[in-house]
Design a binder for this molecule. Structure first.
Ligand code: BDR
Ligand code: CA
Length: 313
């Protein structure tokens, strides 16, 4: 099978970093056309820095990395240094990147790439707030019908929220953008907290990453060790949830995940529930399904895939 062409839209973030590494390690499954950065976990100057650090760590300095939107559509930027540290990529001691950013704006790259490829052949993989994707859809509405799929990390239903009681970080940071994306008509697959909180890096899984013995394996172990403290303290969980790698793992092994095709709407007006993914899991409305919302993962299969692939880099 020819590899699926993807654009990774991201705000690295240690878990974004691992998601990118998994994709770069899997050329027979995915071809990374470009990485588009957005403000989210940390401001844009750091997400563009971190994305390039990750490419260099993987030895893939030819990947195009673009800077995108530096703030949400209609709200002030909320960041997550309390989870990811001051740089967003705290943990390993990695060199400053030397590869340059690609010329042009991330939003234009997304639009041009979708227009220059046959309809239904480019998949978008958002791992952060949806600002770049929504801006592209607004600027060029014709691209909605050309997107093969949007596979994104965001939201939650059974697990509620992680930044407010009901909102997950990526959706909360830019609810207007999420609303545009969920109403775009493009096929959407969602990896919500319900799934990602089951993808935990236990001590044994962390040992497996470290046991790879390569700079990538050791850096991944150090990254997950750094950001596990947040979830351990908050949820009493066994380790760090690998949120964003669920997106790239789905592209490689979709059978690791199960969910339902349902209607998902985004709360954009109430401050109390801002950014909530109102998921009609039980089909209690007649609203038209617009997203496949996952809720189960084969966690052992997921971590075997991660370890096997990361060992290639
Ligand atoms: C999401 O928010 C970020 O902190 C992570 O990188 C992930 O994309 C989890 O809520
Ligand atoms: Ca992210």
């Amino acid at each position: 099978m020819t590899p699926r062409k993807i654009i990774i839209d991201t705000d690295p973030g240690q878990d974004d970093a691992v998601a990118i590494l998994l994709a770069l390690a899997s050329p027979e499954d995915v071809e990374v056309l470009g990485i588009t950065c957005v403000a989210g976990n940390v401001p844009l100057d750091l997400t563009t820095r971190n994305a390039r650090i990750v490419c260099e760590l993987a030895g893939k300095t030819d990947v195009k990395v673009f800077a995108g939107c530096d703030r949400p559509l209609g709200r002030a930027l909320v960041t997550a240094e309390h989870v990811h540290g001051k740089t967003g990529l705290d943990g390993p001691d990695l060199p400053e990147p030397t590869m340059p950013l690609a010329d042009g704006h991330a939003v234009d790259f997304i639009i041009e790439t979708l227009r220059n490829h046959a309809p239904g052949t480019v998949t978008l993989c958002p791992l952060g707030p949806l600002t770049n994707i929504a801006t592209a859809l607004t600027k060029a509405p014709d691209i909605a019908g050309r997107i093969a799929k949007i596979v994104l990390m965001g939201g939650g239903y059974f697990d509620g929220g992680n930044i407010t009681p009901v909102a997950e970080f990526n959706i909360y940071v830019d609810p207007q953008a999420a609303d545009i994306v969920f109403k775009s008509g493009a096929p959407i697959v969602v990896m919500p907290l319900d799934v990602t909180h089951k993808a935990l890096v236990t001590a044994a899984r962390n040992d497996a990453f470290r046991g790879i013995g390569s700079p990538v394996g050791i850096a991944v172990a150090q990254m997950t060790e750094f950001f596990e403290r947040f979830d351990k303290e908050k949820y009493g969980s066994e380790g760090a949830p690998l949120h964003d790698p669920c997106v790239t793992a789905y592209l490689i092994r979709p059978e690791l995940f199960t969910g339902r095709h349902i209607n998902v709407e985004i709360e954009t007006t109430s401050e109390l529930t801002m950014g909530m993914t109102v998921a009609d899991w039980w089909g209690v409305t007649d609203r038209v399904p617009n997203a496949t919302f996952m809720n189960e993962i084969d966690a052992d299969g997921f971590f075997s895939l991660m370890t096997e692939r990361l060992a290639r880099l």
